[in-house]
Write a protein that binds this ligand. Structure first.
Ligand code: CP3
Length: 348
């Protein structure tokens, strides 16, 4: 595999808010269907088979590194693995999309959720994948992850994705505030335990996906979600650095200002330099090329857009290059290659 001696250092330096010669780069869902070698692996194991077989999970995580030389590998799993560990498994619908055959639907379901420490046993396959991936990649950063409590609760109560805007979940939050906070406390403890386990296996940083942040009513993000993210961060402790993904969050980033995350990862619709002041003084920013451009644009356009983002952040430092959302199955390989080269050649 191509060596990149300084990838890990570069990533950790940018994550600490430092100025780096160029930003480190990885992309969300970098192991995914846009890669022919991933499609072949999935043909053999199925998605859940890849996730639960450490050799296959490590292979998936390594594929995009081998092909493009990203600076970071993200553990190959899914945010819903934790839902499964708590008794609510996930499945794939035939026509695409994801659903939970059984959802949380009563106060009893909340009371009977298992204690947080079950995650160590139920998700030992994730621990094994991380240890193997860490050993394979001494020179690159290894990133672990979990859903944020709000985002995981939304899936577990809704029983599926965002097709109808998490209507059931929104009703539940509004009508049953006590049950909601009991659920969030339990889920937050499980998430903290899960991330602690990942830290012990040698990850360099963890990303908390609050992909459903924008489903909180305006002005309510801190109360309904952010405060629980903060609880998770406190539960994990300060030893390993964190990135909080908020997705497209309109002009609401200041609602997340009290969260003491080392970095914030944001959707494609904002200019990074303009939202920098929304967060704690030296928080790093991650993002935020529009993933759609990788489907629609030419390599030359990708290079130009990527350079705009890097120039915008250069005066500040603390920039980790990524997309504003997950890479899509239709992303073109030549565009991804052009993107990685543009970032790696920046500043030369
Ligand atoms: O980034 C990576 O490469 C690491 C692995 C990873 C996956 N999912 C693999 C995956 C990570 C970090 C996730 C996070 C995740 N999963 C999120 C948060 C990020 C976001 O997109 O907002 C969410 C909401 C999920 C839940 C989930 N899992 C959805 C909505 C889907 C898509 C269903 C579909 O039909 O496309 C998944 C499946 C999934 N997780 C895939 C991958 C590569 C696609 C499965 C496939 O191979 O077909």
């Amino acid at each position: 595999m191509m060596k990149d001696e300084n990838s890990r250092e570069l990533f950790l330096s940018a994550l600490s808010g430092g100025k780096t010669p160029r930003p480190p780069i990885w992309v969300m869902r970098q192991a995914g269907r846009y890669l022919p070698e991933y499609r072949a692996l999935k043909e053999k194991y199925g998605f859940l088979g890849i996730v639960k077989t450490p050799e296959a999970s490590v292979e998936a995580a390594l594929q995009p590194i081998r092909r493009f030389g990203f600076d970071c590998a993200i553990v190959f799993s899914d945010i819903l693995a934790l839902s499964e560990a708590l008794g609510y498994p996930y499945e794939f619908a035939d026509g695409g999309g994801i659903f939970l055959p059984k959802a949380i639907s009563s106060p009893r379901d909340i009371q009977t959720l298992p204690p947080a420490d079950v995650v160590r046993d139920k998700l030992s396959y994730v621990a094994n994948s991380i240890k193997m991936l860490r050993a394979e990649l001494p020179e690159r950063a290894v990133i672990g992850f979990s859903a944020a409590p709000w985002t995981l609760a939304a899936y577990m109560v809704e029983g599926g994705g965002s097709k109808n805007g998490f209507k059931n979940f929104s009703n539940f939050v509004e009508k049953f505030p006590e049950e909601f906070s009991a659920l969030m406390d339990k889920i937050s403890e499980a998430i903290a335990e899960y991330i602690k386990m990942q830290c012990e296996c040698g990850i360099d940083a963890f990303q908390i996906f609050d992909s459903n942040a924008s489903y909180t009513p305006e002005g309510k993000y801190w109360k309904l979600s952010g405060a629980y993210v903060e609880k998770v961060l406190n539960g994990v402790g300060k030893g390993t650095k964190s990135i909080l993904y908020l997705g497209d969050f309109g002009g609401r980033f200041s609602e997340a200002a009290d969260i003491e995350s080392d970095a914030f990862s944001v959707g494609p619709s904002v200019r990074l330099s303009e939202i920098k002041k929304s967060f704690a003084k030296n928080a790093a920013l991650q993002g935020n090329l529009d993933p759609k451009l990788l489907e629609e644009s030419s390599p030359a356009e990708i290079v130009s857009k990527a350079r705009d983002i890097m120039k915008d952040m250069k005066p500040f430092g603390g920039h980790i290059f990524n997309l504003g959302g997950g890479i899509t199955p239709k992303a073109r390989l030549e565009n991804v290659e052009a993107l990685v080269n543009a970032v790696k050649n920046f500043g030369e």
